[in-house]
Design a protein around this ligand. Structure first.
Ligand code: 5AD
Length: 327
């Protein structure tokens, strides 16, 4: 599939079901039927960035900000591990309060629980990424968000596209499994640039790719924009699976927010990962990147059971291993 073919498929809605079915087949043949569950801890919603679409942007003065201290982060991780999670994802806003030593201490303690650790804490220096890797971090998530440089600049004031790319290259060279991804349906985003996004994932040889529809947040400059389309986001995801047969692809929470069965549909259109939120509710409700995300999960064990049952209902199995990329 070259760029023009990707564009044509994205513009033509008459063959969507075939595309989704093909992506499902490619997923089945290359990564099998098990679904990897990752326990997501949102440990701080304080952020120095000002991304126009994000509810955590520093200009949003109405956001209720919190930080979870390192002992509590470790104990949340321990609870998640005790009910079966094999990967812990540590996510936060770009909060400089947690220095390298603190992050490393948290990683070390969680790694001693015999699980994979994924970080999703934004743009850092090469040396910081290296320090986290040395103490055992396995994976890193950093979405490119969009490869349209002009759109990137409009959406992300005071940061550079070039540095984002540099961060992804640094993470790759340090031996992380690298996750990236994009938003679908940002104002002024073109189908042409979505095709470039898919080609970018391939060129980077990303190990994981997370794709979700843009959802407008009331306390951001994009409050009056329309949501991204579920079908278009699903198609970008399906095409990514077809292009990259053996990577890990999450059925993202944003998919579930704009379609009540979104994650299951995604799992049947190329995805093989789900990231249930294991953050205690008192914090989780404050971590509002976009509205609606906190209606989805309940208490820790109940949330796990619910998603396990859904996975079994579509004849898929819950993975018992760490869920690294299959090479
Ligand atoms: N709608 C959908 N996804 C969003 N993200 C941030 N804001 C929004 C929004 N309004 C996504 C970004 C980020 C991830 C953690 O959440 O892609 O990388």
């Amino acid at each position: 599939m070259n760029k023009q073919q990707i564009i044509d498929i994205l513009n033509d809605n008459s063959k969507n079901q075939e595309i989704f079915a093909l992506a499902d087949k490619v997923r089945h043949e290359n990564v099998g039927d098990s679904v990897h569950l990752r326990g997501l801890i949102e440990f701080s919603d304080i952020c120095r960035c000002d991304c126009l679409y994000c509810g955590l942007r520093c200009s949003n003065k109405t956001a209720d900000r919190y930080r979870i201290n390192k002992d509590e982060i470790v104990s949340i991780a321990r609870n998640a591990v005790s009910i079966g999670y094999k990967t812990i994802v540590l996510q936060s806003g770009e909060d400089l309060f947690y220095n390298t030593d603190t992050i490393c201490e948290i990683i070390r303690k969680i790694k001693s629980m015999d699980v994979a650790v994924t970080l999703s804490i934004g743009e850092k220096t090469y040396d910081e990424y290296k320090a986290y890797k040395v103490v055992g971090a396995d994976r890193y998530l950093l979405r490119i968000e969009t490869t349209d440089v002009n759109l990137y600049k409009t959406m992300h004031p005071n940061v550079s596209f070039e540095n984002r790319i540099k961060c992804l290259e640094n993470l790759k060279s340090l031996g992380y499994e690298v996750g990236t991804g994009c938003l679908v349906g940002l104002p002024n985003q073109t189908v042409d640039s979505l095709a470039d996004d898919i080609l970018f994932f391939k060129a980077l040889d990303a190990d994981m790719v997370g794709i979700g529809p843009f959802i407008p947040h009331k306390q951001t400059p994009l409050k009056d924009s329309v949501s991204g389309s579920f079908d278009l986001a699903l198609k970008v995801m399906a095409l990514t699976r077809i292009k990259m047969p053996n990577i890990n692809i999450p059925a993202t929470t944003a998919m579930e927010v704009i379609n009540p069965n979104g994650r299951i549909i995604a799992l049947q259109s190329g995805a093989n990962v789900v990231m249930p939120n294991v953050t205690p509710e008192i914090y989780r409700t404050k971590y509002e990147i976009y509205p609606g995300k906190n209606n989805i999960c309940d208490e820790l064990e109940q949330a796990r059971l619910e998603i396990e049952n859904k996975i079994k209902s579509i004849k898929r199995a819950v993975s018992q291993d760490y869920g690294n990329r299959r090479k």
